[in-house]
Design a protein around this ligand. Structure first.
Ligand code: SUD
Ligand code: ADP
Length: 289
């Protein structure tokens, strides 16, 4: 028995860090939304009691370091599943890019194995299990658009943002999320207006969404990798209505509403950047599979 599960990437329309917690994690407030750029996770039921993982991407681990492997292992241990699974990941989401590719593969594995192993768990239960794998996994279990708090695992559902194009450009570098958080200086930082972004989304106000994008991790990654700032400048010059780095980076996204402007930015960035995509946001939460 086989199941194909879609694992979409996310962008952070807004990302604020409030303080460093005693457990070493940072208390965050983020507006996250899934986009139409997805890995495909194929799950095949195995009669042997084993987890096999396969990905043809050289940057993706083929063993227990893979977040999808960890998702399967957690479910197996917690619910004493005696069957195994072959997990094959067809990677489209750039790796270590600030787009939560690994987290989304793990979330897709949780959703898929819930069906394949007939566990009967709710999305809330899967999201809670996901939070043990990584801070972004809970959001990826639900998808859609959400306000995320805590270390990222406390999710409040939001409606779809206004319709627009998202152009993504990833330079040929990977960024370590842990290093970016470690280098973050919490003193005197300019915090984005998360409440205004929530309002803008609820009011379907495109202009206000554009005015309220913000990410406090940007300064850290821009200092480490000046090419990220150059990509931001290029996107602005080609006419994006708003430009921001996603998560800990290095992917930069621009948003526009008109097709012609989307084509101009997409074509302008190709050749300058390693990977460029023009996609839609997936909008509101709905059953991903
Ligand atoms: C920055 C964000 C924004 O969505 O995404 P990415 O850029 O990774 O996509 C997330 O906060 C990343 O989430 P995720 O990548 O799941 O992080 P985790 O695996 O849980 O943690 C990696 C490391 O980042 C740091 N970390 C993570 C989350 C958080 N709220 N505070 C932290 O300090 C910790 O040092 C942790 O060891
Ligand atoms: N399924 C997976 N896909 C991609 N990377 C993975 C996966 N599982 C584990 N990883 C590891 O997680 C790291 C971060 O990957 P990723 O989730 O793509 O980035 P980000 O945390 O920036 O969103 C990678 O460098 C890789 O070693």
């Amino acid at each position: 028995m086989k199941l194909l599960v879609k694992a979409p990437a996310k962008i952070n329309l807004s990302l604020d860090v409030l303080y460093k917690r005693p457990d070493g994690f940072h208390e965050v407030e983020m507006i996250m939304t899934t986009i139409d750029l997805a890995d495909r996770v194929e799950l095949t039921l195995l009669e042997q009691d084993k987890i096999h993982i396969l990905s043809h991407n050289r940057y993706v681990p083929d063993d227990q370091r893979n977040l999808a492997f960890q998702a399967a292992q957690l479910l197996k241990d917690r619910y004493q599943v005696k069957k195994g699974v072959q997990i094959t990941i067809e990677k489209t989401i750039p790796v270590a890019a600030g787009l939560a590719g690994g987290s989304s593969d793990a979330a897709a594995t949780l959703r898929g194995l819930n069906k394949l192993w007939r566990l009967g768990l709710t999305l809330d239960e899967l999201a809670e299990i996901g939070s043990e794998i990584g801070s972004d996994v809970s959001f990826c279990v639900y998808g859609g658009t959400a306000l995320a708090k805590g270390r990222g695992e406390m999710i409040t559902d939001l409606p779809a943002p206004p319709t627009c194009w998202v152009i993504l450009a990833k330079p040929f570098i990977g960024v370590s999320t842990a290093e970016v958080y470690r280098r973050l200086d919490l003193n005197g930082m300019k915090h984005p207006e998360i409440d205004e972004m929530v309002k803008a989304i609820k009011n379907n106000d495109y202009q206000s969404v554009c005015e309220n994008v913000g990410n406090v991790l940007e300064d850290v990654t821009l200092k480490l990798h000046p090419e990220v700032a150059q990509i931001k400048e290029q996107m602005k010059r080609f006419g994006a209505d708003a430009v921001l780095m996603s998560g800990s980076g290095p992917t930069v996204f621009g948003i526009v509403q008109h097709d012609s402007r989307m084509h101009r930015i997409y074509n302008g960035l190709r050749g300058f950047c390693d990977q460029v995509f023009a996609v839609r946001m997936l909008g509101e939460r709905h059953s991903l599979d």
